[in-house]
Design a protein around this ligand. Structure first.
Ligand code: NAI
Length: 342
């Protein structure tokens, strides 16, 4: 019996090793805010990617232990830890993708905009360092309010003379992940097949799932559309309330962010079939930033999928117009903050 267990264990090890064989191209990923609720599970998921050669974990505290722990996983990437402002620059040198989940999360009763004062300054500081140390990297912004922190990042990069709008992404993948899950549950569909584009922004009514564009094609009653839209828009608050003061979505967010990292790495690796929704500088509407489906390639955003906004239902058209004033104000708030003289 013991021998058969040994054989089975050996086979399992072999399978794991095959899965994690280093590939020809391998990339460096930095996570800023890596010791946090999102940062830790995100680091674990990124550690599992065969496309990653080095994982740089940065935080203002508690990151040494996280890195020591993760470094024992027998996957190819090397894990390095960086603590505090003095090590921030080094954490970013040579990095291909920077993911930023640093900042405070919501508590019950708070909107994402209530986080503005603290997180705006954190994002500003981190982006200044990105501009100085890895200006060519893909930048993924998770810190809320995304509707304002992405415009802040754009302004800071402009001030530093290194802004490339094709490489600055607001991470809205969690809205898509939630939409896919809730639609599949409601319509009894196989989850793996369902894909709902979510456009607009990443807060309340600015989150607009385009249910009419769900693939595979599904029909919904008016009531289903209303219930699903409201649930997708409030899903973050559902988690904040369930956690009752202990924070906001961290595990599903880490899952979504890891998917976005993996998509970016596949694109950098030459995969010509990578599509994700993201909040980016955009000419799709009259707003300067807008989330939509984009095609990602080696140089960042290769194309914006404009067809998603064509042939919208009356419900979606109205919701799109309704979200614009709030999204515009959040974008302007970010720009004003970043342009303010010290
Ligand atoms: P958390 O409080 O658990 O972790 C935040 C981490 O950031 C902490 O480890 C903290 O030490 C670190 N940090 C604070 N200031 C820093 C600085 N100047 N430089 C580097 N690291 C710093 O928070 P959690 O739950 O991980 O959330 C992080 C952010 O992500 C929040 O702003 C939250 O609102 C946002 N979020 C975004 C979502 C999205 O869909 N885009 C979904 C869920 C949360």
């Amino acid at each position: 019996l013991r021998a058969s267990f040994a054989v089975r264990a050996e086979k399992q090890n072999q399978r794991l090793e095959n899965r994690f064989q280093p590939q020809a191209s391998a990339f460096k990923v930095a996570i800023l805010g890596a010791a946090g609720g999102i940062g830790q599970p995100l680091a674990l998921l990124v550690k599992m990617s065969p496309l990653v050669s080095a994982l740089h974990l940065y935080d203002i505290a508690n990151v040494k232990g996280v890195a020591a722990d993760l470094s024992h996983c027998n996957t190819p990437s090397q894990v390095l830890d960086f603590t505090g402002q003095s090590e921030l620059g080094n954490s970013l040198k040579g990095v291909d993708v920077v993911v930023i989940p640093a900042g405070v999360p919501r508590k019950p009763g708070m909107t994402r905009d209530d986080l503005f004062n603290i997180n705006a300054n954190i994002v500003k500081t981190l982006i200044e360092a990105v501009a100085d140390n890895c200006p060519d990297a893909f930048i993924h912004i998770i810190s809320n309010p995304v509707n304002s922190t992405v415009p802040i990042a754009a302004e800071i990069l402009k001030q530093k003379g290194v802004y490339n709008p094709k490489k600055l992404f607001g991470v809205t993948t969690l809205d898509v992940v939630r939409a896919n899950t809730f639609v599949a549950q409601k319509k009894n569909l196989k989850l793996i097949d369902v894909d709902v584009p979510v456009v607009g922004g990443h807060a309340g009514i600015t989150i607009l799932p385009l249910l009419s564009k769900t693939r595979p094609s599904v029909s919904f009653t008016d009531q289903e559309i209303d219930e699903l839209t409201v649930r997708i828009q409030n899903a973050g608050t559902e988690v904040v309330e369930a956690k009752a003061g202990a924070g906001s979505a961290t595990l599903s967010m880490a899952y979504a962010a890891a998917r976005f990292v993996e998509s970016s790495l596949r694109a950098l690796d030459g995969d010509a079939d990578v599509y994700e929704c993201s909040f980016i500088q955009s000419e799709l509407t009259d707003l300067p930033f807008f989330a939509s489906r984009v095609k990602i390639g080696k140089e960042g955003v290769e194309a914006v999928i404009s067809s998603d906004l064509q042939g919208l239902t009356e419900y979606e058209t109205k919701a799109l117009e309704a979200l614009k004033p709030e999204l515009k104000a959040s974008i302007e708030k970010g720009v004003t903050f970043a342009q303010k003289k010290e």
